[in-house]
Design a protein around this ligand. Sequence first.
Ligand SMILES: NC(=O)c1ccc[n+]([C@@H]2O[C@H](COP(=O)([O-])OP(=O)(O)OC[C@H]3O[C@@H](n4cnc5c(N)ncnc54)[C@H](O)[C@@H]3O)[C@@H](O)[C@H]2O)c1
Length: 444
Amino acid sequence: MRVSVIGCGHLGAPHAAAMAELGHEVVGVELNPETCEILQSGRGAFYEKDLDDLLAQHVATGRLRFTTDLSEAAAFADLHFIAVGTPLRPDGHGYDTSQVIDAVRDLAPLLTRPATVVGKSTVTVGTVARLQAVLAEHVAAGADLVWNPEFLREGHAVEDSLRPDRIVAGLTTPAAEKAVREVYAPILERGDTELIVTDPATAEVLKSAANAYLATKISYINAMAEICEITGADVTTVAHGIGIDHRIGHAGMRPGIGYGGGCLPKDVAAFTHRVGELGATGASALLSAVEQINHGRAGAALALVERAHGGPLDTATVAVLGASFKAGTSDVRSSPALRLAGLIHDAAARTVIHDPEAVPAARRAHPEFTYAESLVEALRGADLVVLATEWPHYTKEPSLPATAAGLVRRPVLVDIRTAADPTGWTRAGWTVHQLGRPAHHPIV
Ligand SMILES: NC(=O)c1ccc[n+]([C@@H]2O[C@H](COP(=O)([O-])OP(=O)(O)OC[C@H]3O[C@@H](n4cnc5c(N)ncnc54)[C@H](O)[C@@H]3O)[C@@H](O)[C@H]2O)c1
């Protein structure tokens, strides 16, 4: 099939590459000329596992190309994915949907034959109805609108685009359903991905509800960590024990500094606002509590760092390992690691940040921080090491605790992601602090 992907950022670039991998001819439209040029050279404009390989492969064959020219995509494709951003409005009152509205309004008059417009951006319930009107008003030929929210996980964006756990399509016509089944046929034929065909409002709510549930799970286990902190209990044992009940499960139950990134914080905030507007008071109260707990995590993490140091940090040198909001991506949007780094930066004598992939993006967002070129440089002379992002470089490297012990001034690790196994570190002489757990002391 000939498809276009309009908006080639963290969602659109992996999606365009995945569509080419599935056998479609793809044109990606990206407004930012710099990003477009990088993509057309066969690379991602950010780090995402496996993305560069897929882009290079399909740009080289010509099955995938990128342009800034929307009319090129309109002339070429029969199905157009919309993957532009939906940031939170500055006042926090829902999404700024202008990118989505502009993309649909600009595309519509350029369509010279019947087409399918498939929205993947995350929007709140009610947006698709507005977009239907925009499309109908501006379209020259016939066009169907489908809402097909995306559930990919950053750090696994390529894998999740090629093998999604579900495909949700909110639509109103048989022709739209036919187009969705055709574009996703290579995935659906494998038989392990469920296609949920529904109405647009259900698709919109389903996406918001999924993100709200993930956020709720994270805030729930972090609330339990707070209780464990006060009582001296161990939250990881609590999480393990309650997760054995399959109705609860273990996924997403790792205590830590809370959720971040380009999706959950804004999606939960926008949904909270929308359900409030709709008068759903129970949902509004629940989601507000989820957000409030999440906002408190950076302060809780800083308090742990200070306790681990034995008092204020004003004379301390702190190494912060990790800047991206999670491992596997260079995305630093609403990164809890950088939020904590900022608090430490304000409190400590010296703060040095390391990240295997996200330093350029972190430096653009926070030029005021100090960044290390290497892990050794970050660790050398530190009074305290804070593991802020769960990169395998920090958690799965068996020689790191011993190497790091030889570089730091004091072997004290504060693992705010509950990602490190304390055994290896304590054997190498470290004291390990994690949120909601008693400290682990060196094994002598
Ligand atoms: N990032 C994720 O993992 C993820 C997962 C699921 C859903 N989503 C949703 O997908 C949407 C996009 O998110 P993102 O993280 O990719 O954002 P992003 O900011 O990384 O990418 C958006 C891109 O769209 C481009 N753009 C904006 N208007 C355009 C236009 N008219 N024509 C062409 N390009 C245009 C921007 O230049 C930018 O590169 C959001 O609604 C987000 O909530 C994202």
